[in-house]
Design a protein around this ligand. Structure first.
Ligand SMILES: Nc1ncnc2c1ncn2[C@@H]1O[C@H](COP(=O)(O)OP(=O)(O)O)[C@@H](O)[C@H]1O
Ligand SMILES: [Mg+2]
Length: 274
């Protein structure tokens, strides 16, 4: 299993600290979701975990090795990353994109192998894209395209997946599709998943572990049912809300205050049935 840990990390763009003295251990074999308001540093933190950015202080450790000391290809065999708003080269087909996930295993000496081919087939199958394999990416729906990116990360064959907003721009059906797929990968194959999500209710439904980021540090971390409280949401999002519970899964559901149309409550026990 891949052990991923940030130890006392600080990161600054142009001397403006975004993350400061932050400690975090990613629980192995679990789904961790990063939440926090826009611009609080979630993508920055995920990129540091992925070795795409290096902290100015402290270190990120993979299996107890400092990321800086590890070659990029070695890291890519342990961690696959889906960046926020990934852009695909013009004209690429699903299969061509998915094949790119095998780059850590390619070299001058080692050409495309049977194992590479099998991984591509597995990823296309796992994401339900086998029939769309030869379709250009620009001829896919947003949900299908997002699945193609996820398939590319799967072909890397890593134990850990890091995904930045994998459901943004998708309709609710496709959001649930993508999250169900990640949930299955976690459940059946014990993959460790770390992702940024904006939908707190979906985060609570799928995550074993939520990390709420605020003021350059972790404000709260733990099981959704323990940390998603009226107080946490007020502090992290400056939002007043009620917490109720999901009737299907029992996970916390956040109902924001604010303005809205008042509807006479037909579900209320006080309302006589007609
Ligand atoms: N390449 C960059 N150069 C300078 N500032 C950046 C850069 N990327 C992000 N930032 C700033 O860093 C902060 C954190 O960004 P980010 O990690 O993308 O936040 P989040 O993902 O939580 O919305 C924001 O204020 C953003 O404007
Ligand atoms: Mg972001």
């Amino acid at each position: 299993m891949t052990r991923l840990q940030a130890s006392n990390v600080t990161f600054a763009y142009n001397k403006e600290p975004i993350i400061e003295n932050l400690n975090m251990t990613i629980p192995e074999g679990e789904i961790t979701v990063l939440i926090g308001s826009n611009g609080c540093g979630k993508s920055t933190l995920l990129k540091m975990l992925a070795r795409l950015l290096f902290p100015s202080k402290g270190g990120v450790y993979l299996n107890d090795n400092e990321m800086l000391s590890l070659p990029a290809k070695a890291v890519a065999k342990e961690l696959a990353v889906l960046p926020q708003s990934a852009v695909s080269p013009e004209g690429l087909t699903v299969r061509q994109l998915v094949k790119q996930g095998r780059y850590p295993y390619q070299s001058w000496l080692k050409q495309w192998s049977k194992e590479d081919e099998e991984m591509v087939e597995y990823a296309l199958d796992a994401t339900g894209l086998t029939d769309l394999r030869d379709r250009p990416l620009n001829a896919l729906s947003g949900g299908q395209r997002q699945r193609a990116w996820i398939a590319m990360t799967l072909t890397q064959g890593t134990k850990t997946l890091l995904l930045d907003e994998p459901t943004t721009y998708l309709d609710l059906t496709h959001q649930v599709d993508v999250l169900d797929l990640l949930f299955e990968l976690n459940e059946k194959e014990q993959r460790t998943i770390v992702m940024v999500l904006h939908d707190i209710n979906l985060a609570c439904r799928y995550a074993h572990n939520i990390v709420a980021v605020k003021d350059k540090r972790i404000y709260a971390q733990g099981r959704p049912e323990e940390i998603i409280t009226v107080n946490t949401l007020k502090e992290v999002f400056q939002m007043d809300c009620e917490i109720i519970y999901d009737p299907i899964f029992g996970s916390p559901l956040c109902v924001p205050h604010g303005r809205g149309r008042a509807v006479s409550n037909h579900m209320s026990p006080k309302t006589p049935h007609i």
